[in-house]
Design a protein around this ligand. Sequence first.
Ligand SMILES: Cc1cc2nc3c(=O)[nH]c(=O)nc-3n(C[C@H](O)[C@H](O)[C@H](O)COP(=O)(O)OP(=O)(O)OC[C@H]3O[C@@H](n4cnc5c(N)ncnc54)[C@H](O)[C@@H]3O)c2cc1C
Length: 559
Amino acid sequence: MTLRHEVVIVGAGLAGLRTAIELAENCDTAVLSKVHPLRSHSVAAQGGVNAALSESDSWQDHAFDTVKGSDYLADQDVVEILAKLAPMAVIENERWGTAFSRTEDGRIAQRPFGGAMYPRTCYAADRTGHNLLHTTFEQALRLGVKFYNEWFATSIVRGPDRVRGLTALNIATGEVHGISAKAVVIATGGFGRIYGNSTNALINTGDGCALALRAGVGLKDMEFVQFHPTTLFGSNILITEGARGEGGLLFNRDGERFMSRYAPEKMELAPRDIVARAIRREIDEGRGFEGGYVHLDLRHLGRDRILERLPGIREICMEFAGVDPIEEPIPVVPGQHYSMGGIDCNKNGETSLPGLYAVGEAACMSLHGANRLGGNSLVETLVFGRVVGKAVLDYIKRTGDPADQDMEEEAFRVRHELQAMLMSGTDYLPAAIREELNRTMDTNVGVFRSRESLEKALTRVRDLRQQFKKIDLGRSDKRYNYAMVRALELQNMLDLAEPIIMGALAREESRGAHWRVDYPRRDDSRFLKHTVVTLARDGLKLHYADVHLGMFEVKERTY
Ligand SMILES: Cc1cc2nc3c(=O)[nH]c(=O)nc-3n(C[C@H](O)[C@H](O)[C@H](O)COP(=O)(O)OP(=O)(O)OC[C@H]3O[C@@H](n4cnc5c(N)ncnc54)[C@H](O)[C@@H]3O)c2cc1C
């Protein structure tokens, strides 16, 4: 049976929910999520959300820091929208009930974050995402948004010239449905779990990006993968940048505050790409502790401040590393954290396929360029959720209902494909393929890359894609078949690994988070460009697109 809505949003994290809130009063809006909305990855965000709220700060300074942090690859028109609308987005959420931490005189407190000129990051202790997601979800419920929870989007349905809807698997029943819609918004978050050493939730498998690629839409700047400098040694759970914002210091095993060698002015508060490379280098050159980590020391902040500002971090350290940061330094190592690349779209979230929009971490509007500043992602979801919602509303007012026949055909095709997957070979276990994919990406497409390591990764990923054709899913029951869900996620990750590696191989320079040991300089003459990868009949194709420059001159980046 084909279901019908005017707009379907895939993803119930902050980006999807904020988009839904913008639309709900004006049109029939549905949100589809493979997990309950409050288990979306946004709930785990710790450190905070950026907005130039204080008198000493300004939207222009926020914009400048973002463009410089991006290593000049951000589109400056997109950055301008973010910086101008950020204060409103934060205040809107405060009025909806987000319990921001406060200064003594009652204002929203702001902490310093890497690469920012002023303390600009508003926070709710170290549980900012938790607070924001709950208030945003409440607003979406209040406005009567229709939720399909535990539904997995399986394909985008396109007519000759526009989107017609999508297909989705109801995980509980195992049935595949067509959902017809005038517009589809992809808000499925990042694809961090392509890596093994990642701070991301296990559900961050980039499904929406893979669906868009298969529907003929480009993926942009996929080679720019952010590695967070401080993840807990052993588990890669995030230790928020807020820990350094509150004054945390980094030491190697010789007791040296090594950041003085890499960013003498900003030290621990340099942008993430610089701090991550510094830590990796210390470890690789033998100045890390045994096993391969450095220390993040919070002890000098004192018990009261740690308990007030970083209670969640203390809990994580105690539970997962047996370390109490009040008494001992935290063992940290860089880990994959954020996907700067994503679905190629403009500042309104429009893709090359009319009616298909993208927002949040799944999208690449080119806000973060080659390196995202901490605190800019939560605000991106809130600001651009609103902007994209408005653009979608305008589009559906001008657009007629989609034809239905393609929906049924496509749902039939997907049912057939899933059935074939259940019946397929017995040669390879999906979990083993996933582990090998993770290992390949961790080892060869990490903080430092080279032609040799990338070519090795490409060959391995292509092998794994062949193996995937003969996977063994085990039991064949359709209901709550999580083996099937995990296999669909794996298929999506395998499809995304290639564009990441292709982009990284072609970009013969070092910029932001993409560091080529064989090309250790930024090369504006060849690569002040966005990479776009599309799927053509005969495979993946790569081309470059111009960066939107503007008020800030392209310069060398020093901190
Ligand atoms: C540990 C951690 C801490 C962070 N802390 C901060 C911070 O302090 N400040 C900051 O600015 N940024 C932070 N970030 C980044 C930020 O949290 C994310 O970029 C942001 O929350 C992404 O929101 P989103 O709505 O785009 O996606 P998500 O919150 O990831 O939501 C994705 C949604 O898509 C759904 N979905 C996915 N695939 C499918 C499918 N096939 N079918 C149906 N539904 C699907 C999921 O169910 C989910 O509802 C942090 C990131 C991590 C990993």
